[in-house]
Design a protein around this ligand. Sequence first.
Ligand code: UDP
Ligand code: MG
Length: 318
Amino acid sequence: MKKISVVVPCYNESQVLEIFYKAVTAELIKIPECDYELLFVDDGSSDDTLKIMKSLSEKDDKVLYISLSRNFGKEAAMYAGMQKSTGDYVVIMDADLQDPPELIPQMLSALENEGYDCAGSRRVTRKGEPPIRSFFARLFYKIINKMSDAEIVDGARDFQMMSRKVVDSILMLKEYNRFSKGIFGWIGFKKKWFEYENVERAAGETKWSFWKLFMYALQGIVAFSTAPLVFASFFGLLCCVLAILLIFVTIFRTLVFGDPTAGWPSLVCIILLLSGIQMFGIGILGQYLAKTYLETKNRPIYLISETNINKNEGQAKD
Ligand code: UDP
Ligand code: MG
C-alpha cells in the first residue's frame, strides 16, 4: 500500500491547526487505497502550536511532529519535513487552509494515472491581497524570469504533491539560502498545474510583512541569477567607454579653444556619478559574497529540539 506524507510548516498557527487537521483528515480518509501521515513542523512558534500538535498526536497516531529549536523560516521547515517524511508521495501544505485539501485526490490521480512526477498548484487571482503587494509580486516574477534560467511561475504556491523521486532531488539541493520557488522550478520533472482562486486565511494572520517579502524577493534573485553581476560589469564597461570619449573631447577642445581649467562643476558631477556606480557595483558583489560566506560555513539548515519520530535520533546534519 502506498503512503502519502503531508508536510505542514507551522509558525504560530494555534488558531487554525485543529481546523486544518479536521479538514485534511476528512479528505485523506476518502482515499482508501493509500495510507497517510500528517507531519507537522513547528518552526519555533511562541504560542500553543506545539502543544496542539502534541495533543493531536496523542489522539491520532497518524500525526507526527517535529519542533525546531527556533524560527528557521518556512523554507527550512519544509526541508525538515521532507527529510523526515517516509511516504511515496509527499504533499506540502500551509496550515492556514489557503491550500484547498480537496485538490489532493486529483493530484494523486495525476501522479498515479497520468504519469506526472509532480502536481503543483497556482492561484490565478490575488483576491484579498493589498493591490500594491500584487503589483510588486507580478513585477518580481517578470524580472526574475528574465534573469534566471529556473522557471519560476507567477502565483505558484508551495502546495504540491511530489513523488519520492522529486522529493529526493529537492533534498539533494542542500543550500543554506533556500528559495523554494526557484528550487522547485530548477529541478525540472513533469509537472501538472492545478489552478484555483485565491482563498483567504481560515484564521490567524499572515507571517509576511511587505518588507519581509521584499527581502525574500532580493534573496531569490541572488540565489537564482547572476545577472546583477553581469549588469554591474556591463555598466563599468560603459562608463570606461564614455570616459575615453570624454578624454578625447577634452584634449580636442583644449587644443582648439584653450581654457583647460573650466569644467569644475561637471567634474564634481562625474566623480559623484562614478563613485555612486562603483558603490552600487560593490554592493551587488557584496550580496553574492555574503551568500557565499554563509554557504561555506556549511551550517545545518535546521535543528530539532523535540519530535515524536524516532525518539533517539540526534540533530539533523544536513
Ligand atoms: N511559516 C513557517 N515559518 C515562518 C513563516 C511561516 O513555517 O517563519 C508557515 C506558516 O505557518 C504557514 C505557511 O508557512 O503554514 C505560510 O505562511 P503564511 O500563511 O503566513 O504566508 P502567506 O500565505 O500569507 O503567503
Ligand atoms: Mg497563508
